[in-house]
Structures are given as C-alpha cells and as structure tokens.
Design a protein around this ligand. Structure first.
Ligand SMILES: C[S@@+](CC[C@H](N)C(=O)[O-])C[C@H]1O[C@@H](n2cnc3c(N)ncnc32)[C@H](O)[C@@H]1O
Length: 248
C-alpha cells in the first residue's frame, strides 16, 4: 500500500491534468502485476516474442510506436531501443515507476506520449472515429505495436458509457476503429490483445465466457495463448479468470 501511494504521489505532478484520473487504475495494474508476476510471466514472454518477431519484418528500423505501453512489462523496451532509432511509448499515463525504470536503464531514445487512444470523445461528438490518425504525422514510422491495449479500450469505453442505450454499438465502433486504424498504417504492425475471458471454478467448470472484442474480428492470429489474469486466490479461492490472447 505504501509503495502504491508513493507511486501515485510521484506520478501526479508528472501527468497532465486531463490524464490524472487514470493514474489510479494504472497504479492498481502495477500492484496486480507485481502480485501476479509468476502467473503472468508466460504471457509477458510470449507478447515480447510476438513484438520481436514483428521487428524482423521491418525493412528499416527508424521509429517504432508502442500503443498501450503501460508498465512496459510485456514490451521488450530495451531490445526495441537497441534496434530502432526512436521508440515512442503511448498510453493514458506513464507512471513514475516506469519513468524511473527507463532512466535507470539509460534508454535515451525513448519518447513518452500521453494520449487517449479510444477515439470515444470524437465518436460521441458525431465526428469521425480515427484514433490512430495521429500516426500519419510520425516521421520515419516503421513499426506500430498495439500491446495488450485493445480490450482495455473497450472496457474503458463501456465504463464511460454506463447507462447509455447506444453503449454496445459505440464500444464495437471504437474497437473496430482500432483494428481498421492499424490496417491503414503504412508500416509494419503487431497487434497483441486478449480477445475474451472465461471464469473457471476449481473443478474446471466454465462459469462465464465474455467476448472482449464485442463481435469485431481482430484478424487472423499468428499465435495465441491463455493468460491467467486473475489466478486462483487473487479475487477468490473458488475461481480463476483466464483471458485468451492472440498475436498477429
Ligand atoms: C493491460 S495494460 C497493457 C500492458 C502494457 N503493455 C505493459 O507492458 O505493461 C493496458 C494499458 O492500456 C492503457 N489504456 C487503456 N485504455 C486506453 C486508452 N483509451 N488510451 C490509451 N491507453 C489506454 C492502460 O493505461 C494500460 O497501460
């Protein structure tokens, strides 16, 4: 608790006023990731492997943009920093703990951008939902990575739209806009996302299954695996929540 409070307090002045409301959930993610480190290790290793595989398809390695860089637990930042001239990390929030880690590692070619990647605000104002259009302005872009972000965009949008009768449609639209946005990028892309989850009890019975893509097809997977986001004992001794992840 003390470390979480310190990370929150240190992140506050480093974060723009608009994005400060997201510090709390990022600190919560940081705490959960630390508690579940062993259960999440294979998922993080496989995500990193998928990203490094994508780098091999790049004819040049000038700029890589990582969307949803978060805690950079599943992003091979040091390797990307060595391979590319510039690494741009984009997220709602970059915690003080992440900034310190990057500084300690001495990674000089990293740029941090705070940005809402959902496009929900534009959509609600009746404007075009092109949340990845800003990538057209990034010079020498050779690779875009979406790192376990897409499902979170949907979850965040659904939370903001609670009580809105058009919620389902809008959530589907922001998820589809991300997939389409990646398809339109004139660079190599790598999408890693959890597509759904299943709540499983101690006897292996599947209690509930949820589609995190809301019916949107994220495209054919090159690799897929299970990620025990909530292992037994994290929320309850009686069930675990297993997310299904795809990489392409
Ligand atoms: C599961 S975490 C990704 C983990 C991250 N790749 C890592 O290595 O630690 C999801 C990330 O998406 C970010 N996120 C969620 N909604 C977002 C949005 N609308 N715009 C930008 N980032 C968002 C969260 O802040 C969080 O860091």
């Amino acid at each position: 608790m003390i470390l979480e409070a310190l990370n929150f307090a240190a992140s506050f002045p480093l974060t723009s006023a608009d994005h400060r409301p997201f510090i709390r959930s990022s600190v919560n993610l940081w705490a959960r990731a630390n508690r579940c480190a062993a259960a999440w290790a294979d998922h993080e290793r496989r995500t990193k492997a998928a990203i490094l595989l994508a780098t091999q398809a790049c004819r040049q390695r000038r700029t890589v943009v990582v969307l949803g860089s978060g805690l950079v637990r599943d992003v091979p930042v040091a390797e990307l920093s060595a391979l590319f001239d510039t690494v741009v990390l984009v997220d709602l929030v970059h915690l003080a703990s992440v900034r310190s880690w990057l500084a300690i590692k001495g990674l000089k070619n990293i740029r941090l951008i705070e940005r809402d990647l959902s496009g929900l605000d534009a959509l609600r104002q009746g404007e075009a939902c092109e949340p990845l259009a800003f990538l057209r302005q990034v010079p020498y872009l050779d690779l875009v990575v979406s790192a376990n972000l897409l499902s979170q965009i949907g979850i965040g949008a659904a939370r903001q739209l609670t009580g809105d009768a058009t919620s389902d449609t809008l959530v589907r639209q922001v998820i589809a806009a991300h997939v389409e946005g990646l398809a339109q990028v004139s660079a190599e892309t790598c999408l890693v996302t959890d597509t759904g989850y299943t709540v499983i009890d101690r006897t292996g019975v599947r209690l509930e299954t949820v589609d995190l893509m809301h019916g949107v097809d994220p495209g054919p997977a090159r690799d897929s695996w299970d990620w025990p986001v909530v292992p037994f004992g994290e929320e309850s001794p009686d069930y675990q929540i297993m997310h299904h992840v795809m990489a392409r």
